[in-house]
Design a protein around this ligand. Structure first.
Ligand SMILES: [Zn+2]
Length: 135
């Protein structure tokens, strides 16, 4: 279910998305990046959890249990600073992640990962993070 929210001068459907980390409601926002990508952000300010959204506002990815959602959050907390702090472009980061995980770039979206894939991706992401930040 969704209701329409106004962002800038446009209206978007905001779907019911629950934060995988703290269980709070997530709200649709435009991101800080240059392209102003739509995303869901936890309504609790201390919680930095985000969830990807399609350009039409629909949340990306398959519904996940609490455990998987928490793991996805952990993964985002490792990956997001890498491209936000410009250690690497977002595109290249996901390309490298996909390669190291042995999956296609189309499948390499945190929102699509199950718990097992998240656990593996977290290990890979930690190594990538160490590599990039020591450069
Ligand atoms: Zn949260």
């Amino acid at each position: 279910m969704y209701k329409f929210v106004q962002l800038g001068n446009k209206f978007y459907p905001q779907w019911d998305v629950t934060c995988g980390d703290c269980g709070s409601k997530m709200v649709l926002v435009t991101g800080d990046s240059i392209d102003r990508t739509l995303m869901y952000r936890c309504s609790r300010p201390e919680c930095r959890c985000i969830h990807a959204a399609f350009p039409n506002g629909k949340p990306v990815g398959t519904p996940a249990d609490q455990n998987t959602r928490s793991l996805r959050c952990v993964l985002h907390r490792i990956l997001d600073p890498l491209w936000k702090d410009r250690h690497i472009s977002r595109n290249r980061l996901y390309k490298r992640l996909a390669k190291r995980l042995g999956m296609s770039e189309e499948d390499c979206h945190v929102g699509k990962f199950n718990a097992k894939q998240c656990t593996k991706a977290i290990q890979v992401a930690r190594r990538l993070s160490e590599d990039l930040q020591s450069q």
